[in-house]
Design a protein around this ligand. Structure first.
Ligand SMILES: Nc1ncnc2c1ncn2[C@@H]1O[C@H](COP(=O)(O)OP(=O)(O)OP(=O)(O)O)[C@@H](O)[C@H]1O
Ligand code: SF4
Ligand SMILES: [Mg+2]
Length: 389
């Protein structure tokens, strides 16, 4: 973990997201009573709130981790930052302030200039992100020429340069190759080279190694750390996995049911997690010590449907081992704990005023749901040379 750009950074954020909401129009969502139909007799279309009031900041050169269970809204949030939500989805409100400009107020043409040139995104399956019928060279050159006034020859030279920068051992061969001829790890390096070649200030990496061999995962993560160091590129790193995020990030934001429920510097979040959901995620992270035989604990219960979110109560209520009566009548906002940069959305902390921490009375605690989706684990294996693949 590296706190050089920790939550205490005083400069104006590169990216500031305020109350961002993104939703999908689906059958039977918010506002549809059971069995409701529209005028044609079809099931009424309603709203699934995938991102429901997210507030977060990202600073120059910072690596912010975004973690949460499957379906918590991490990908929808990431796509929303680039205004890439497609119908039946839409951004329903909020602000995305990119160096002070609200991207939600820009024309599509202006957003295209930001996308790729200033912010880029890489995905879980890099092979699917590349055009299967064009060589890597033609795709890299096309991206470079879209953003810079350069000749085809210069684009080719620069493409080879950026492939070298991301550790591709034989750039000339890779430039001639088609995506299916390369390993997943090499394709991900190509995607990262594309982002770098445009000198993007922010790389959004959505589970960038989830589809790769465990032996390659660490190499890609090391590359991202090196590039941040060398080019000062900020990274939003999305993952299910707190183990991986902890190794990489300056700060961590924890997402639950479309909202950030806790955000803090990585070391702080690890040493002193406050939100019961974060604590549960951490208890599910394996300790890399063969003598440590403590059983991993999984998070109990399932989140409520995003089609019918609870109103006026905490969203974690049904699964929370620390719940008290007022959790039923309070939807806690994300607030700083005792004036620090550690923010949490839970009635026990800094809740409901300036009083600071609120004591939990043992007698008030309630039980949890027995059903339990297992948390995914990450194993950092020995690294083997990707170049030999
Ligand atoms: N195209 C879509 N149409 C309808 N609902 C969608 C669509 N895309 C995402 N959703 C819903 O939005 C919610 C958030 O999904 P999202 O993909 O952002 O989750 P995630 O946190 O990225 O999960 P994972 O860790 O599995 O990638 C989920 O309930 C999902 O079903
Ligand atoms: S507000 Fe209550 S239910 Fe929600 S996380 Fe805190 S203790 Fe648990
Ligand atoms: Mg996702």
């Amino acid at each position: 973990m590296d706190d050089q750009n920790s939550a205490t950074s005083p400069q104006l954020p590169l990216l500031e997201v305020r109350e961002l909401r993104a939703e999908f129009c689906v059958a039977g969502g918010v506002g549809a009573s059971k069995g409701s139909k529209d005028a044609t007799g079809a099931r009424a279309n309603c709203v699934l709130r995938a991102v429901d009031g997210v507030n977060v900041q990202l600073h120059d050169g910072e690596i912010l981790g975004l973690v949460g269970e499957s379906g918590s809204g991490k990908t929808v949030f990431s796509l929303a930052l680039l205004r890439l939500i497609q119908p039946p989805g839409r951004i329903a409100g909020g602000q995305i302030l990119w160096e002070g400009r609200d991207l939600l107020h820009l024309s599509e043409a202006d957003v295209r200039k930001v996308r790729g040139r200033e912010m880029a995104m890489i995905f879980q399956n890099p092979q699917l992100s590349l055009n299967p019928v064009r060589t890597i060279g033609s795709q890299l050159s096309a991206v470079l020429r879209l953003h810079h006034a350069i000749s085809p020859h210069q684009a080719r030279e620069q493409s080879a340069h950026w492939l070298r920068e991301v550790g591709v051992p034989d750039p000339e061969r890779v430039l001639e190759a088609y995506p299916h001829e390369l390993s997943g790890g090499l394709c991900q390096r190509v995607m990262i080279a594309m982002a770098l070649s445009c000198r993007s200030k922010l790389l959004i990496a959505d589970e960038p190694t989830a589809a790769l061999d465990v032996t390659i995962q660490a190499q890609i993560m090391d590359l991202l750390l090196e590039l941040r160091q060398r080019y000062g590129m900020a990274i939003l790193l999305v993952s299910h996995d707190l183990g991986l995020i902890a190794r990489m990030c300056d700060r961590i934001a924890v997402m639950y049911l479309g909202r950030i429920v806790e955000v803090a510097a990585a070391t702080e979040l690890y040493d002193s997690p406050l939100h019961p959901y974060t604590k549960a995620l951490l208890r599910a992270v394996p300790v890399p010590d063969p003598h440590h035989r403590e059983k991993l604990q999984v998070l109990e219960g399932e989140p409520p449907s995003q089609l019918r979110l609870p109103h006026g109560s905490c969203r974690f209520l049904g699964r929370c081992p620390e719940a008290v009566d007022r959790c039923r009548t309070t939807d806690p906002p994300l607030i700083a704990v005792n004036g620090t940069t550690h923010e949490v959305a839970c009635v026990h902390y800094g809740a409901l005023g300036e009083a600071g921490l609120v004591e939990v009375k043992d007698g008030e605690k309630q039980g949890v749901d027995p059903s339990s989706p297992p948390a995914r684990n990450v194993i950092w294996g020995d690294q083997e040379s990707e170049a030999s693949r």
